[in-house]
Design a protein around this ligand. Structure first.
Ligand SMILES: CC(C)(COP(=O)(O)OP(=O)(O)OC[C@H]1O[C@@H](n2cnc3c(N)ncnc32)[C@H](O)[C@@H]1OP(=O)(O)O)[C@@H](O)C(=O)NCCC(=O)NCCS
Length: 212
């Protein structure tokens, strides 16, 4: 099933009705989607054959220090993806650049639905990612989480020492709602996002196309 969703411009009623019609679709697999198309990058649902690519990103020492530990064993990564494919409370994507070869340029994952809030992470971009891929991928995640899945907030945490990523979220407009010795906790509501979406409109399509 394919749907085209106006992004960032829906009122409460529009979001609720869109989310419930998408959820009512019998093919709709929980939080998952096969492909979400942004302006220059697509988020394509992870496949078992992505295991080596994901490992190459996650084992890169420049990224690994800020991520939960990853086994270097490709079979473990394949098993992880197979396990993912049996559950519906997350959506794990490989970012693909439509303008570069090779196309895979990163990963991102939506997970931990708690009430009306979702979390996101496993966010990594490779050296071949276009410079706008960070903002574009964040916009796609929020468009999808708020406008398609119908969540009203997003919660996520970042290691305090990952200052570049903390700065990204703060600059983007996330609110810091807590911290401890290790982590900073952030929140971004759909109302915040609808306002921010206008500011970042040039990084996104007016409508996002989704294959469920
Ligand atoms: C997290 C990650 C994907 C973010 O991507 P990134 O490319 O480093 O993000 P940046 O903060 O450099 O932003 C990319 C560009 O957008 C710009 N930008 C960022 N936020 C912006 C904003 N709010 N408005 C306008 N421009 C913005 C930056 O200036 C930068 O531009 P440049 O390429 O011209 O310098 C990447 O740093 C990464 O893979 N990190 C390692 C893994 C990791 O720590 N993941 C997070 C775990 S929580």
């Amino acid at each position: 099933m394919s749907v085209t969703v106006p992004s960032g411009m829906l009122d409460d009623q529009g979001v609720n009705s869109l989310a419930s019609s998408v959820r009512d679709c019998s093919h709709y697999p929980g939080m998952r989607a096969k492909r979400i198309s942004g302006k220059h990058i697509d988020l394509r649902e992870v496949e078992v054959t992505d295991a080596e690519y994901i490992l190459s990103l996650r084992l890169d020492p420049r990224h690994a220090r800020y991520l939960s530990p990853t086994s270097s064993d490709a079979q473990s990564q394949r098993d992880w993806i197979l396990k993912y494919q049996r559950r519906f409370d997350q959506a794990y994507f490989v970012a693909e650049s439509r303008e570069s070869i090779p196309r895979p340029c990163g990963t991102v994952r939506l997970y931990d639905p708690v009430g009306n809030s979702f979390s996101w992470g496993s966010w990594l971009l490779g050296d071949n990612a276009p410079s706008f891929a960070a903002i574009e991928s964040a916009l796609i995640v929020y468009d999808y989480g708020f406008n398609v899945l119908g969540f009203s907030a997003s919660h996520f945490e970042v290691l305090r020492e990952n200052m570049k990523v903390c700065a990204f979220h703060e600059r983007f407009g996330a609110r810091q709602v807590g911290e401890d010795t290790r982590l900073k906790y952030y929140n971004l509501t759909r109302e915040d996002y609808i306002r921010l979406r206008t500011k970042y409109a040039r990084y996104a399509l007016e409508k996002i196309a989704i294959v469920l």
